[in-house]
Design a protein around this ligand. Structure first.
Ligand code: SAM
Length: 136
């Protein structure tokens, strides 16, 4: 894709599945693609100190609030019995503190701001808005 051809990139709930090197490569690519006034929304970043219990609680309370608690429970049970659960336990998910992900985004050439709330339903995860820095 052409340089500076995209106004908005949303990467939500993906970074945790990438190696740190893959994420660095993706951020550089996104930085290249964004227009000077463009924006990257990087959502659902897992923090090092927040474990799987919080993910379970977040999904159940989301289901309760929006009338799909039974389906959320069924989803959790099928996930618990699936490869995903085993993979998650074996490989783990990639986690970053606010400082760590800010440093990654800055190294890729972005000005960074943490959003007040996560873009996804899980309020224990973080969202960042990253922009090309303003050149004066
Ligand atoms: C929880 S889903 C998020 C879906 C996303 N928000 C969307 O709307 O398509 C996680 C996504 O990460 C992708 N993924 C997993 N490992 C990846 C990797 N190493 N590089 C790029 N994408 C990856 C999966 O294919 C999956 O689509």
């Amino acid at each position: 894709m052409e340089d500076q051809s995209i106004d908005l990139v949303v990467m939500n709930s993906v970074a945790q599945y990438m190696t740190p090197e893959e994420l660095d490569g993706a951020l550089l690519n996104i930085r290249r693609l964004l227009t000077p006034s463009g924006k990257l929304v990087l959502g659902d970043i897992l923090q090092p100190e927040v474990g799987m219990g919080r993910d379970v609680m977040a999904l159940l309370s989301f289901g309760l609030r929006h009338g799909f608690l039974k389906d959320a429970l069924i989803g959790l049970i099928s996930t618990a019995l699936s490869d995903y659960r085993q993979l998650r336990s074996r490989i783990g998910l990639q986690r970053y503190s606010e400082d760590e992900i800010t440093a990654k985004l800055t190294a890729a050439g972005f000005a960074v701001q943490r959003a007040q709330t996560n873009v996804g339903h899980n309020r224990w995860r973080m969202t960042f808005i990253a922009r090309p820095p303003v050149v004066r």
